[in-house]
Design a protein around this ligand. Structure first.
Ligand SMILES: NC(=O)c1ccc[n+]([C@@H]2O[C@H](COP(=O)([O-])OP(=O)(O)OC[C@H]3O[C@@H](n4cnc5c(N)ncnc54)[C@H](O)[C@@H]3O)[C@@H](O)[C@H]2O)c1
Length: 259
């Protein structure tokens, strides 16, 4: 087991990619704190980990609120003492045209997808220092490096999150803390379920990456385990693309239809 006896915190662990990361960390021997707004689903993740013989608990917190992050960190200090692994994964997305995007939408996108990760790192890095070091894994996105229509706040925040990852890697490099990013493409999660289930969009988007299918949360979780483990000790400030090759090669309409 690659994460045996490690204390791991996963934000946004109630569903989707965060749930898959929580389950994968637990399978590799970590104790997992599942942090999320959605307490019901977070408890379901904890239940799944328990059924599989792992150890986990949930904490309700909005990562965009400094006060709630403070309570969350106090509880983690109580339960864990120190932290070895932090997966900054919570995120949400507002899809609407630029002209309809309000200041409130913009601030919500930055609070959840950028400021929240800063607050969580500020609160938990001291506990990682007490452990003598650790691994931080940030769920960025292909939207960190690529503009997408109708997602102005999300793309801006995700772009910032990727640069944040690199800057934090530099700030913590002498403290035995590695900071790396995951950049998922289209992953079939609750965030995207309506698109995946749409008979036109779901099928069409299968042809828009080289592998030729939607990604699954487990595709991302496997990479998260790697970046959280000692196997990634010589990696920091870098990004693993989990996008079926979407960023590496542009596929024009019709070019992959023979598959
Ligand atoms: N699904 C994709 O195709 C995709 C692609 C690229 C990046 N991502 C990123 O992956 C991460 C996980 O996405 P997902 O697809 O699993 O989404 P999801 O909506 O299925 O799950 C996101 C989780 O984050 C939680 N969350 C949202 N805002 C929060 C907050 N302020 N505080 C605490 N918890 C909060 C939600 O309650 C939910 O449990 C996100 O950061 C997302 O931006 C997803």
């Amino acid at each position: 087991m690659r994460l045996e006896n490690k204390n791991a915190v996963v934000t946004g662990g109630a569903m989707g990619i965060g749930r898959a990361i929580s389950l994968a960390f637990a399978r590799e021997g970590a104790r997992v704190a599942v942090v999320d707004l959605d307490t019901v689903q977070a408890d379901d993740t904890v239940g799944m980990i328990g059924e599989a013989g792992g150890e986990a608990f949930s904490i309700a917190a909005d990562i965009g609120s400094a006060e709630q992050v403070g309570y969350m960190a106090a509880e983690i200090k109580d339960r864990f003492g120190t932290v070895d692994i932090l997966a900054n994964n919570a995120g949400s997305r507002i899809v609407k045209p630029f002209l309809e995007h309000t200041e409130e939408d913009w601030r919500q996108m930055l609070d959840t997808n950028l400021t929240g990760h800063f607050l969580v790192c500020k609160a938990l890095v001291p506990l990682m220092l007490e452990a003598g070091g650790g691994h931080i894994v940030n769920t960025c996105s292909i939207a960190s490096v690529q503009g997408r229509p109708n997602r102005i706040g999300y793309c801006a925040a995700k772009g910032g999150f990727l640069t944040f990852t690199k800057a934090l890697a530099a700030d913590l490099c002498d403290k035995n803390i590695r900071v790396n990013a995951l950049a998922p493409g289209m992953i079939e999660t609750p965030m995207n379920q309506a698109l995946a289930d749409d008979p036109d969009i779901g099928e069409k988007w299968n042809t828009e990456n080289l592998v030729g299918r939607w990604g699954q949360p487990e595709d991302v979780a496997k990479a998260a385990v790697f970046l959280a483990s000692a196997d990634a000790d010589f990696m920091t400030g870098t990004t693993l693309q989990l996008d079926g090759g979407a960023i590496s090669a542009y596929v024009r309409a019709g070019e992959m239809e023979s598959r």
